[in-house]
Ligand binder design. Sequence first.
Ligand SMILES: [Zn+2]
Length: 297
Amino acid sequence: MLETVVPGVHAWVQPDGTWWVNNAGAIVGGDDVFIVDTCATEARTRRFLAAVDGVAGGRAVRMAVNTHQHGDHTYGNSLLPRATVLFGHERMREALRTDPIIDGCPPFWEPVPDWGDVTRRVPDVAVRDRLTVHAGGTRIELLHPGETAHTTGDLVAWLPVEGVLFAGDLVFSGLTPLVFMGSVGGAMRALDWMAALQPEHLVPGHGPVLHGSEIARAFGQLRRYYEFVLATVQPGRTPLEAASACDLGEFADWADAERIVLNLHRAYAEHDGAEMDLIAALSDAVKWRGGPMRTSV
Ligand SMILES: [Zn+2]
C-alpha cells in the first residue's frame, strides 16, 4: 500500500515485512519523481511502480536510490525506466554487480522465491559519504553512516525540511533485525547517528512507518536486541549452540526469529576478528528452525 507520510512523500509498505518483503518509497513534487528502493520480484516491483504512477500524475521517475545491496531492495531496479538515474553507495554497487542470488535463490527459504524477469541493474552514480539531490524542489540527502552497519554500503535518504527519514534496513520495525552481512556494533551506533537527525517520520526497510515518539521507542528496542546478541556470544559454544540455549525474551514475538543465529554468526566473527561464512550461517539458521526459513514474497 502506498501510504502518504507527508504531502508528496509516500511509503510503499508491504505486509508482512518478513524475508524478502521490503518497504520502498516515492517522493513526488515539481516535475520529478524520486524513488527509494525497488522490490525483490518482478510482480512486486510492477505493483509498486504502478502505484507510484497513480500519484505521479504523468511525471516520470527521474531518479532513484538503493539503500543497500540486498535483493529485496534492488532486484526490481531493472524495471525502472532506462532514463532513471540510479544512486547507491559504491560498495553497494559492487555487491549487486557480483550478487549470485539473483541468478537463482538457494533453498534456504520456503517456498524458494521466484524473482521473475529481472536483471542486475547497478547504480549509475556511486556515493561514498554523502550526496544532496534536489528532486522537484525537495532536498534529499543521501547519507552513509560512516561505518558498516546493516551492510558495508548503507545509505539513508533524509528529507530535512519534511523531517522524513527513509532508513532502509538500518531500521526494522516490529520484526527481528538482520545484521549478519554488516556489524552488530555498527548497527547499534547507526541508531544514535539517525537519532541525531531528529526525524519526525521514519520509513523502515521492513515493518510499519514510525512517527514521533514511536521512533525513539523502536530505537530503544533495537538497541536492546543488539546488546542481547552481543551478550549471548559465549566462547566455547558455537553460534548455533548459543542461539539454541538462549531465551529470546521480549524479542520472541518478532517475526524471523531465526535471525538470532545469523546475527550471532556476525557477533562471533567480530568478537574473534575472523571472517564470517555466510553459507554456514544460513545453514545454521535452517537447522535452528528445523526447516527452511519462511517467505511470503
Ligand atoms: Zn531488506
